[in-house]
Design a protein around this ligand. Structure first.
Ligand SMILES: CC(C)(COP(=O)(O)OP(=O)(O)OC[C@H]1O[C@@H](n2cnc3c(N)ncnc32)[C@H](O)[C@@H]1OP(=O)(O)O)[C@@H](O)C(=O)NCCC(=O)NCCS
Length: 187
């Protein structure tokens, strides 16, 4: 249950310091690349704050192609990040999609991903933030969204089931090198 008012906001320069502080305190946006991704984002913020903020909102997929761990590149999908905000930074909500279809390329594990810094967890923020994101996913014409979790990520699974999600199945992800669970939320 969310005790405090919380919203999803478009990343902006006036809130960037709070985001950078979270990165310095041990938060990261990329659950696969973790600390390395936080270091890269801090470097990008230091180099050009406005460019960094603009890069987080890319519904036209204008950004550079995505580099995969094996060094190959793939076309970027339309995507944007929203910041979960309770007066301070308290998490990321990421959304990416292919226009005109609910399918995703095999390199993209889910439409939506999220993260809440350790010091802001267990307040209902991720559950509420996903609920706030779903109408925006529907507006892109998607009949459903798919999400993936580690089998042991009970918190994320509860976030999904609290938002009407059901388990589609388990699969082996080459990117993660381990089993993943695929979930679906019908919009
Ligand atoms: C998953 C994550 C986003 C949850 O954020 P949160 O804001 O703490 O989630 P909520 O407060 O909405 O809690 C959701 C549910 O999970 C439960 N929960 C939270 N942390 C938990 C934990 N460590 N173990 C078990 N259950 C947990 C909550 O009690 C709540 O259950 P309830 O609805 O029965 O009360 C957060 O733990 C996180 O950022 N983890 C690392 C990144 C990550 O795993 N992202 C998702 C990738 S699929």
């Amino acid at each position: 249950m969310v005790q405090q008012s919380m919203e999803l906001v478009v990343p902006s320069l006036d809130r960037l310091d709070a985001y950078a502080d979270a990165l310095r305190r041990g938060f990261w946006s990329d659950n696969t690349r973790r600390e390395a991704s936080a270091r890269e984002e801090l470097a990008a913020i230091a180099a050009d704050p406005a460019k960094f903020v603009a890069s987080l909102d890319d519904p036209q997929a204008r950004g550079a192609p995505i580099k995969l761990p094996d060094g190959t590149t793939v076309k970027r999908l339309p995507s944007y990040r929203r910041w979960i905000w309770d007066g301070d930074f308290c998490g990321n909500m990421n959304f990416r999609w292919q226009p005109g279809t609910a399918d995703l390329p095999p390199t993209v594990l889910g439409h939506v991903g999220y993260g809440v810094p350790a010091w802001k967890r267990r307040r209902g923020y991720a559950t509420r933030a996903l609920a706030l994101q779903l109408p925006a996913c529907k507006r892109e014409g998607l009949p459903h969204i798919d999400l993936t979790t580690d089998p042991d990520n009970e918190a994320s699974q509860k976030v999904i089931t609290a938002n009407g999600g059901t388990l589609v199945g388990r699969f082996r992800s080459d990117a993660h090198g381990k089993e993943q669970m695929r979930w679906r939320i019908v919009l």
